[in-house]
Design a protein around this ligand. Sequence first.
Ligand code: HEM
Length: 283
Amino acid sequence: MTTAMVSPCEAAFDSRRKAATSYCRMALPPADITSSDFKAGAYGYYAKLRAEAPVHGLRLPSGQTAWLVSRYDDVAPLLKDARLAKDRHNAAGSRPFSRLPGMLGFMQALEPPARGRADRDGVPVGCGWPRDDGNLIGNGALTLLQFPEQLERLRADSRLDGTAVEELLRFHSPIEVSTERYAREPIEIAGVTIPSGALVYGLISSANRDETQFDDPDRLDLGRERNRHLAFGQGIHYCLGAPLARLEGQIALRRLLERMPLSTVIIGITALGLSLLIRSLQS
Ligand code: HEM
């Protein structure tokens, strides 16, 4: 157990020593979740978090403490929880919103009431992550290569295009971690109180591998029927590009399967992951 792993929890639970002990004193090795290397073994780490510390305070290399929420049943409500602000200035409670939307502002940073006005007034919507549809195709193609029997299943049956894209979104979610959120007030999740003003991340990729929500979650099943993954978020911040990304994913993967052996496409991958938030291929 390292100081870095324990101290954020202890600071937050100073007056609640029992809760801090049960959720934070665990045998997790220290992890730099912001590094590309972390992505390769991330799912094992997330499984430990879900089992032992579903709400976990972790110090980032920047020195900031991030609260990681890892279980599906906690991440899904968190993504639409109005007690969490997308803009950290809103968490302080001094202003209802701190930036006017425009070309330089992302829609995803807006919240009601500013968000309602932006929608109504037709404010230009910034594309949050223009590369994520590409990451769906890249991650998806690599996943198919890793599961050749599923690749052949999809190649043989185009009726699976829809469920296949949903499963690929679940299995390696292009947005690994939600965008930043800040607690406007102390918030209790799974028995842990996250302090006011704290940085909170919903671990989308962890929720999408949660065994309580998905049967055999580490198995790729391109025909999976009950698949309520969180890859596009939830609530008012639900991805505006989701229909486009789904369509692009279905068309691109089908074309790849029809026109070329996938292995010729996936040459030169050296690493996974660009940042804390994004899972992608790097060449
Ligand atoms: C596979 C591709 C994509 C994935 C997995 C994805 C995922 C997500 C997720 C998880 C969120 C919510 C983040 C949060 O609540 O913290 C989001 C929001 C958003 N996405 Fe996407 N996205 C994709 C493609 C796109 C595309 C192609 C566009 C634009 C054409 C787009 C535009 C947006 C915008 C504007 C938001 C903010 C919505 C809001 O706050 O109202 N996304 N996306």
